[in-house]
Design a protein around this ligand. Structure first.
Ligand SMILES: [Zn+2]
Ligand SMILES: [Zn+2]
Ligand SMILES: [Zn+2]
Ligand SMILES: [Zn+2]
Length: 277
């Protein structure tokens, strides 16, 4: 009915950040992987991997309201009592009705999918290529709920925290460029899009799916120390060393002063860029 394969994946890998999809037999990180049934559909560009969690003890199983409205449910790791995919719901229903044995639907062959972005349904075999995905334009667009669904109205204005309705849409001088909604429907759509994007951001932060730059920014904002990002000595950010060729502070009697600093950024023994400021 759904195509794809049912396979047991390592639960520990599946719930780590970032998420990883490894078959229980092929997991190299956990000596005793806990099996979690998953449904995997692969085509050339997208990989869908849905966990089929144990059936909840409820008289009626139903879809999670978050998942069905395009939100990512934050209780994905087992606590939400509702299904997060059509296939999970279908398996639960069959289990409830006919007492299905899960091993009967499991497929024998399969391959490791690797690091998995459940926002974009994209996988990567190495940490580096996964980082690259998380920094990609497409990932950013999906994060901002731009390509999640087909929207009927204009894109909401950038960096909007609250959406407003235009007082006079029919004679508005800003036309298509107006930062306020031109109809009640447009306003409702904007509110939904802002909500989805905010929810996705939370999930992305919790599951380490943000781009490397955003993660550094977040770590820096949340760090309690007053460490400067740039320092003449040592590693301020783990794995990264920034070296400057001359002192960061200069004193001068006359103004204006022109001064060049050369920064070299080393990451894990590899020089990634050298910039002149
Ligand atoms: Zn594992
Ligand atoms: Zn849920
Ligand atoms: Zn992604
Ligand atoms: Zn307007």
């Amino acid at each position: 009915m759904f195509g794809g394969r049912f396979q047991h994946v390592c639960e520990q890998c599946f719930h780590q950040s970032p998420r990883k999809v490894s078959l229980t037999d092929l997991c190299q990180s956990h000596p005793r992987p806990v099996p979690l049934l998953a449904h995997i559909i692969t085509d050339s560009t997208r990989k869908q991997c849905h966990a089929i969690r144990p059936m909840p003890y409820a008289p009626h199983v139903r879809m999670c309201a978050h998942s069905s409205r395009g939100f990512l449910c934050r209780e994905e790791n087992g606590h939400c009592p509702n299904a997060h995919s059509e296939v999970e719901l279908a398996v639960w229903k069959v289990e409830q009705k006919y007492g299905l044995t899960r091993s009967a639907i499991q497929d024998d062959t399969g391959e490791n999918i690797g690091f998995y972005c459940r926002l974009c349904l994209v996988s990567a075999s190495t940490q580096e290529s996964f980082e690259a995905h998380c920094s990609s334009l497409e990932h950013g667009r999906i994060l901002a709920a731009d390509s999640l669904q087909v929207w009927n109205h204009r894109d909401p204005p950038d960096r909007m925290k609250r959406c407003f309705i235009c007082e006079n849409p029919s004679q508005c001088i800003y036309g298509e460029g107006c930062e306020k909604a031109h109809s009640q429907e447009e306003l409702q759509e904007w509110i939904l899009r802002v909500k989805i994007s905010r929810r996705n951001k939370q999930v992305v932060e919790e599951e380490s799916l943000q781009s490397y730059r955003d993660r550094l920014m977040q770590e820096y904002q949340h760090s309690s120390s007053d460490n400067p990002v740039l320092s003449e000595e040592g590693e301020v950010i783990e794995g990264i060393k920034v070296i400057c060729d001359s002192p960061l502070e200069i004193k001068s009697e006359q103004k204006p002063v022109k001064k060049d600093w050369n920064f070299t950024v080393h990451s894990k023994g590899l020089t990634i860029c050298s910039e002149e400021l």
